[in-house]
Design a protein around this ligand. Sequence first.
Ligand code: ADP
Length: 274
Amino acid sequence: MDISLQQVGYLYGKDTPFEKRALQAVDVTIHSGSYTAIIGHTGSGKSTLLMHLNGLLKPSEGVVQIGDAKISAGTKTKGLKAIRRHVGIVFQFPEHQLFEETVEKDIMFGPMNFGVSEEESRRRAHELIGLLGLPADVALKSPFDLSGGQMRRVAIAGVLAFKPSVLVLDEPTAGLDPRGRKEIMELFHQLHIEENLTTILVTHSMEDAARYADNVVVMHDGSSVMSGTPEEVFGNEEKLSSYRLGLPRSVKFQRDIEKMIGRALPGLALTEEQ
Ligand code: ADP
């Protein structure tokens, strides 16, 4: 399912004294099966943009097209519920939204609310527990008795239980230690490849953007100011630094080598980070 934003503008508190423009004429296209990273400074509009990707926010101006559905300011909210099943969002610190008494029930909650049978929902929950690398015996435990990293996996399983075809991740590794971060990012990479999940990652990590994404969008002051392959975006260091963004260390390292040897290296095959 392709998603595109065409000249999208968004105003918080529209027509009130607190009106605040968060997006301005944003054009972004996300192709089915791609892995897109959205980068940009705090306040550049990333979170506002991602809430447009499944109809949680309707654009004040322009059009958001999700598959065949076109959403604009006047679209009725009623038709948007089905879209949310296809586009799952993992918000920051998703474990804060866990609430059921067992892990199994928490993962089953979404599908059951969408009319999936109890038996099928339970089957999915157990499959996801395995897929996310959680021990099988967590199913009947309270999510609140798990470690922080495990709780996050349970919350992610809750989003995957809808069987979305697009997965949107808002800083999914915030607050995890380096090992936990790498494990979660590798897991999303695996889901992207094996389940052919279209993946959209909002991140502060230039390394993750360069390593995992095939498409990078740069947000600045509510506008989409750059987009392209990681090589194209990170290859333009001057423009990137005007948006107060740096190069991933690994790419920078490679460029230093290029300077030393006086010629370009073929492509930007990324080196392993510590
Ligand atoms: P980012 O995710 O890149 O940090 P946001 O999308 O959260 O950016 O914010 C974009 C702009 O919109 C910022 O100026 C922010 O202060 C403003 N903003 C975000 N949420 C709200 C809100 N609920 N009400 C008013 N302004 C908001």
